[in-house]
Design a protein. Sequence first.
Length: 267
Amino acid sequence: MGRQPCCDKLGVKKGPWTAEEDKKLINFILTNGHCCWRAVPKLAGLRRCGKSCRLRWTNYLRPDLKRGLLSEAEEQLVIDLHARLGNRWSKIAARLPGRTDNEIKNHWNTHIKKKLLKMGLDPVTHEPLHDKQPFSEETASTASHSQESAGNHCVPENEYSIINSENNSSSPTENCSSDVHESLLLDNICNNNESLGNSLWIDEVPLVDGASWENQQPTGEDICSHNLGFPSLEDNCSWLLDCQDFGIHDFGFDSFSTDIELNVLNP
DNA sequence: AATTTTTGCAACCGCGCACGA
DNA sequence: GTCGTGCGCGGTTGCAAAAAT
């Protein structure tokens, strides 16, 4: 029963990616795109499984990624979205331009969770801890089945976005005691960061994912005209500079950068 | 300065879904 | 309808760096 693991072949490398592997993967995808991930490692000359390549690309190498800590606004947005969507990190990430589900999940577990606890809020339900039911201990542990527990107080995403696109005040989060606070924060976010706000209310728009970058390849004009917080065309080139962050220059990417520019400018 | 503990993040694992044969 | 395949997601692990002792 069950599927064969995709990575059980001998000679398939695991563990941290080397600069050389990164280079190969980036070069390949920028030149060819990814037809199917399973084929990518073979075609790119990597001894990795396709899954690993996809993960590496989406979580670390994609040019439209922001690096660094989440801003206050982003963090609040994550909190608000988590209150509505639960642990659906990919959905949350889709509304944060340049952020990955993995990054948000990690940030949630390492920073935001603690922050909420400090504020006396249950990171799962977003309700004040002292309001918890007597069975809270159990629920808290089962709450780690966060999908259920979070899911229970969540509105289906479509519904959510419809509601929000029509009237923020009817947001389902009003069912929670901390929601007024959150809504205010969210308003703040939206006012202060229009791109974030815009992206939040647009449902099912794959703001940032492989597909949006790969397949749709929006032009710089598209990006700017929608003001969705994508990196501009200029940014798409300047990400090369950002690559310094992960040592891209350390592995001699002079020719690589030329390739990228050609690909970005002449898709 | 050396050792231990904690933290943060990249990567892996396994499951479920979608889709085509 | 079922089976196989590929992909994406969420949870978990492993390890390096930072902090504490």
